[in-house]
Design a protein around this ligand. Structure first.
Ligand code: S3P
Length: 440
């Protein structure tokens, strides 16, 4: 008999009781980063795009809603999103602010795209998004002659004034390792004279260049990605692979719950997204990747995980951008290890959906783990995750999911408040967890 271990008695709060074992085979929603880009590329390509396995998560849905305000027609047939566009130079003006909701990717990528339009736009978002730094895109977009401004603190709403002439091309080395900044500049480059070059000395997720088919050269250890105004691409026809950042929660859940075995099918294996698997491998995780293939230009495969005894590691430097979204759940894995788990050079975590250094440290301390906070990370001593506590999601989907997983491996019941935040990337998270819990 499977017991109901997650009870949702109070709205927006969940009580998680320790799980005896996890078992099953699951498939996760389409990758969020790929989904944003697929919808944007479909908007820029003249004709009909068909994007299968489009996630019903709030973030990518925010992108689609914004794009439909700009004159793109759309229809959902089950999990397939059909989009019809008149092409790159036929976006339409919308006289109200576009709402990116909680999604930094939506705000930053659309800012790049809209900087080159002949009409003006305002992009706004929720309270958390309006706290996040936007100067990182404003600076290069202004260098391209975009008329873009933010609040005095450098946060949204963003105001973008329309322009008659094309933007100016730039050659820009990223001062922060950010795929969102890289993508915003590349999208603006489609509306600029000459060739725009983005240089990254530390690799970040490469979906934009991969999906657009852009030339990428590597000289002296740096990536040079180029785009220009004449660049055109066909409508999008793809099946979005499962989101590896979501898979990370389930992988760690199976690793730290006794007697577990879990298979995750059709998960993205894009090398810029699965560095967390190598980190877990170094921690002693038993993970087997199989059935690898490459159907739509994005590598994909299945992942089998077994319960494992974990040891602590240090993650730092150029590893960080490639595991940035997985650090909250890696911290939970580290908290069950037999030694120290340390994160350094990760100040960027302070600018995510919440200040993730603060939210992770607070959550772990509430669960009885000794943690020292650094300005750019933290170090914790692995041990026993204690239940009997109430923790908060800080309105952050990844902190919410990491806390629930921690609760499954804790020694008694854990209460997680503001669980609704999971809808930003995985509305069905609790049901999916529930489906793999076996307490008999
Ligand atoms: C994303 C890039 C990352 C990541 C975010 C999604 C993307 O942000 O944290 O969840 O889709 O480009 P940065 O590139 O700003 O680090």
């Amino acid at each position: 008999m499977t017991l109901l271990t997650i009870n949702r008695s109070k709205k927006n709060t969940v009580s998680v009781t320790p799980a005896r074992r996890l078992h099953g085979e699951i498939e996760l929603p389409g990758d969020k980063s790929i989904a944003h880009r697929a919808a944007i590329i479909a908007t820029l390509a003249k004709g009909e795009s068909l994007i299968e396995n489009f996630p019903d998560a709030e973030d990518p849905q925010a992108t689609v809603t914004c794009l439909t305000k700009l004159g793109i027609e759309y229809e959902y047939v089950g999990k397939t999103l059909w989009l019809q566009s008149k092409g790159i130079n036929f976006l339409e003006e919308y006289d109200k602010p576009l709402n990116a909701m909680n999604s930094g990717t939506t705000m930053r990528l659309l800012a790049g795209l809209l900087s080159g339009q002949p009409f003006s736009t305002i992009i706004t978002g929720d309270e958390s998004l309006l706290e996040r730094p936007m100067r990182r895109i404003i600076k290069p977009l202004k260098m391209m002659n975009a008329y873009i401004s933010a609040s005095r603190r450098g946060t949204g709403p963003l105001k973008i004034r329309g322009r008659k002439n094309p933007l100016k091309n730039i050659r820009y080395e990223l001062p922060v390792a950010s795929a969102q900044v890289k993508s915003a500049i590349l999208l603006a480059g489609l509306y600029a004279y000459g060739t725009t070059t983005v240089i990254e000395s530390v690799p970040t997720r490469d979906h934009t260049e991969r999906m657009l088919g852009l030339p990428v050269k590597n000289y002296g250890g740096k990536n040079y990605i180029t785009i220009d105004k004449s660049f055109r691409f066909p409508p999008v026809r793809m099946v979005i692979p499962g989101d590896p950042s979501t898979a990370a929660f389930f992988i760690v859940a199976a690793l730290i719950t006794p007697d577990s075995e879990l298979v995750i099918k059709n998960c993205s294996l894009n090398p810029t997204r699965i560095a967390f698997l190598s980190v877990l491998g170094k921690m002693g995780a038993k993970i087997h990747v199989f059935n690898k293939r490459n159907p739509d230009g994005e590598p994909i495969g299945d992942i089998r995980v077994y319960t494992s005894a974990l040891r602590g590691v240090t993650v730092a430097g150029s590893q960080i951008p490639l595991i940035i979204d997985e650090i909250p759940i890696l911290a939970i894995a580290g908290a069950t290890s037999d030694s120290y788990f340390e994160v350094k050079d990760a100040r960027e975590l302070r600018y995510k959906e919440s200040d993730r250094i603060h939210s992770v440290v607070t959550t772990l301390r509430a669960m009885g783990i000794e943690v020292k906070e650094y300005d750019d990370g933290f170090v914790l001593r692995g041990g026993r995750l204690r239940g009997g506590a109430t923790v908060d999601s800080f309105g952050d989907h990844r902190v919410a999911m990491a806390s629930v997983i921690g609760g499954l491996a804790a020694d008694s019941e854990l209460t997680v408040r503001n669980i609704q935040a999971v809808s930003v990337s995985f509305p069905d998270f609790l049901n999916t967890i529930q489906s793999i819990i076996h307490n008999n």
